[in-house]
Design a binder for this molecule. Structure first.
Ligand code: IMP
Ligand code: MG
Length: 175
């Protein structure tokens, strides 16, 4: 059995997340009224957020997933972003919204934004639930924003500790 350290503090409750996801879903629906959107979830952490978010959006939508890795099993970003699994779909001419659980150094999103730009989407937006503002190394434009959080190691709602704890319905700090 894996030894999982305890959660030190709950930073964002399940109810707060629900409210925020609704709010972001409403904004996306307003911004793309009369059009459609194509959401891209970044595996594996962004999946939980995507699953909840799409049910709060009422314009026609499709989604796909992409997997990148910058963390490995460590608590600190390695600085190297690798593409593990590409999209199945062609995003040319689409209103693409990247859906990510957390922005930390900004390296992952920076990599993905550049990678997507050359595929010629009609629009390219970025949606993140959690933002470690003080940890940024590379600036990234964020269009839909959830919560600003302190520079701590957090888990839950898709975010993991060694692959575990993604199923927690809240966001908690481990350090
Ligand atoms: P960035 O490239 O440094 O912005 O890191 C983004 C990725 O690192 C996120 O998609 C997460 O997968 C991971 N990450 C960053 N901070 C945390 C954390 O506090 N807990 C768990 N994963 C994190
Ligand atoms: Mg991630």
């Amino acid at each position: 059995m894996i030894d999982i350290p305890p959660i030190k503090e709950i930073l964002i409750t399940e109810d707060q997340i629900k409210e925020k996801v609704k709010e972001i879903g409403r904004k996306i629906s307003e911004d793309f009224k009369g059009d459609e959107v194509f959401l891209v979830s970044i595996l594996r952490g962004g999946l939980i957020f995507l699953a909840d978010l799409i049910r709060e959006i009422d314009v026609p939508l499709q989604y796909d997933t992409i997997e990148i890795s910058s963390y490995g099993d460590e608590k600190f970003s390695s600085g190297v972003v690798r593409l593990i699994k590409d999209l199945k779909s062609n995003i040319e001419g689409k209103n693409v919204i990247i859906v990510e659980d957390i922005v930390d150094t900004g390296r992952s999103l920076h990599y993905l934004i550049n990678n997507f730009k050359i595929r010629n989407p009609k629009a390219l937006k970025v949606c993140v639930l959690l933002d470690k503002v003080d940890a940024r190394v590379i600036e990234v434009p964020i269009d839909y924003h959830g919560f600003k959080i302190p520079n701590r190691f957090v888990v839950g709602y898709g975010l993991d500790y060694k692959g575990y704890l993604r199923n927690l319905p809240f966001v908690g700090a481990m350090d």
